[in-house]
Design a protein around this ligand. Structure first.
Ligand SMILES: Nc1ncnc2c1ncn2[C@@H]1O[C@H](COP(=O)(O)OP(=O)(O)OP(=O)(O)O)[C@@H](O)[C@H]1O
Ligand SMILES: [Mg+2]
Length: 246
């Protein structure tokens, strides 16, 4: 059996180097504070117009997911998966997280689409540091708080890496998820399209619970079937399916 010591762990030296670089550039005034308030984009209707009919549908989805909670002492964590690009995963993930946060419970939205991240755009922030860098350097992820939603945190994807699948399959990501389970009541994870990348399947197998999304007049039936077949090979449970019409 091996034991890890701080001095021999390459992650610790990377962490120290990162912190030193961060400290130096902060003292030069180059970096804005790591944890800062972000603002939901106008497209996030859930944050701006709770009476819109779309919001009623998202609240209904929230209720369905609450009814499927595993137990009250485990965080409700769900990965949003869909087969193809442009099916509305990112928007729905953000609005679902907002809906959970509006219940006044600690909620985390994670952008695990490391290929074409979008949550930093939806919350109007830069994307230099995020999930990717936290995994790469083994450091605590930099969460953003959300204006008007005191219980909500957002973790952006960070600058696009060359090895997304490897990062999302790493032990560091596994322990991050465990940490989130202890600190948040609801966690929603945005992913990359399954027919193009296996990243979503890797995330699904780690978090164990999936919401499957398709888009009317857009998602080929065969691709949805294929995604479900591939999901069955992971140990994840499909909590429900959503069809977006837009
Ligand atoms: N329910 C909706 N009604 C209207 N427009 C929508 C809806 N959902 C998504 N869109 C729009 O469709 C586009 C794609 O949405 P989004 O980025 O959420 O999809 P995605 O599946 O995450 O795409 P990608 O494959 O690029 O990650 C965006 O311009 C978004 O604003
Ligand atoms: Mg997206």
């Amino acid at each position: 059996m091996s034991t890890k010591t701080a001095s021999h762990n390459p992650r610790d030296s990377k962490h120290a180097a990162l912190e030193a670089a961060d400290q130096a550039s902060r003292s030069r005034g180059e970096i804005t504070p790591i944890e800062h308030m972000v603002k939901p984009d106008d497209r996030l209707i859930m944050a701006h117009d709770p009476y819109d009919p779309r919001c009623e549908k998202i609240r209904a989805l929230r209720t369905e997911l609450l009814l499927r909670r595993e137990s009250i002492d485990r965080a409700n964590i769900v990965a949003l998966l869909s087969p193809c690009p442009g099916e509305g995963r990112s928007l729905l993930a953000a609005e679902l997280a907002i809906a959970f946060a509006q219940m006044g419970r600690p909620t985390l939205l994670v952008d695990a689409d490391l290929r074409r991240p979008q949550q930093h755009v939806l919350f109007g922030t830069d994307n230099r540091q995020g999930l990717t860098q936290a995994i790469e350097y083994g450091v605590k992820p930099q969460l953003h708080t959300v204006q008007g939603l005191t219980r909500m945190s957002v973790l952006t994807a960070g600058a696009v890496p060359h090895n997304p699948l490897e990062l999302l399959s790493s032990s560091c990501f596994v322990s991050m998820i465990e940490d989130w389970r202890d600190n948040f009541e609801f966690i929603v994870i945005d992913t990359a399209p399954v027919m193009h990348f296996s990243d979503g399947l890797a995330v699904a197998s780690l978090v164990g619970r999936v919401l499957a999304l398709s888009r009317a007049q857009h998602t080929p039936y065969k691709d949805m079937q294929d995604m479900l077949r591939r999901l069955a090979a992971t140990r994840s449970q499909i909590l429900g399916a959503v069809i977006s019409h837009f």
